[in-house]
Design a protein around this ligand. Structure first.
Ligand SMILES: *Cc1c(COP(=O)(O)O)cnc(C)c1O
Length: 233
């Protein structure tokens, strides 16, 4: 493991280039989201100095504090990837650029109503419960299209794809879940061709996710090192 954030980013981007080349994809079709949850703003600054612009946060309060801290760096894109309670949607609508974790129509409707018309539409992904009973988060695959329709009818939201956090049967090895997500993505893009993003793959399994066609990989530990468990967890 490299010992600083810039080196870890360089290494991850090199691997992304190698894997996408093997899959005959442009490297630009895979976006690395640096998951900075629980990490201090100094770590985000270090990643930013190394060229990183997409950051992922899980906790609304942290998203707000960090987005405000970096408000002059208007090229940062904040990805909200955590569970959403309905009393937190206003802050997410105000500070996030992309939300990966939509699993209820009510949350989508609140985000749309609270997104200011002066802002760009909020880009959203539907979180899929791809591991069945092993996971409590996300909609079941059979519920995907109904939620997609709700989102598509909301002008302040832009549906861009699907997200999953598979429960690994074996750490780092999720072929069934990744393939199932690819199949669902095909179903979704038949109706909504622009909703072609696939957010899957974390520090332990992102290389495999990428070979299956992930377009957004969410890397925390692999970029920022291990997290202390916090009051949130
Ligand atoms: C924490 C988190 C990540 C990053 O996890 P690592 O294993 O540290 O890479 C990615 N996605 C979500 C939704 C998370 O909560």
């Amino acid at each position: 493991m490299h010992n600083n954030i810039a080196e870890r980013l360089t290494s991850a981007y090199q691997q992304i280039a190698e894997i996408t080349a093997k899959c005959q994809r442009e490297a630009s079709t895979a976006q690395l989201i640096a998951v900075s949850k629980t990490k201090p703003v100094a770590d985000i600054s270090e990643a930013y100095a190394a060229g990183q612009r997409a950051f992922g946060e899980n906790y609304v309060q942290e998203l707000v504090e960090k987005a405000q801290f970096f408000e002059n760096r208007t090229d940062i894109r904040w990805h909200f990837i955590g569970p959403i309670q309905s009393n937190k949607t206003r802050d997410i609508a105000a500070f996030a650029d992309v939300v990966h974790s939509i699993e209820r129509a009510k949350i989508a409707e609140r985000l749309a109503a609270q997104r200011k018309p002066s802002q760009a539409p909020l880009q959203v992904l539907i979180q899929i419960n791809i591991s069945g009973e092993a996971s409590k988060s996300g909609v079941l695959p059979t519920e995907m299209l109904a939620l997609a329709k709700v989102i598509n009818d909301l002008p302040q939201l832009e549906l861009i794809g699907l997200m999953a956090i598979p429960e690994p049967a074996v750490a780092g090895d999720n072929p069934q879940a990744f393939q199932a997500m690819v199949d669902l993505s095909k179903q979704l893009t038949t109706i909504y061709p622009q909703a072609n993003q696939l957010s899957m793959g974390m520090s332990d399994d992102w290389q495999q996710a990428l070979t299956f066609g992930a377009t957004m990989i969410r890397l925390g530990t692999a970029i920022f090192g291990h997290r202390e468990t916090t009051k949130h967890e």
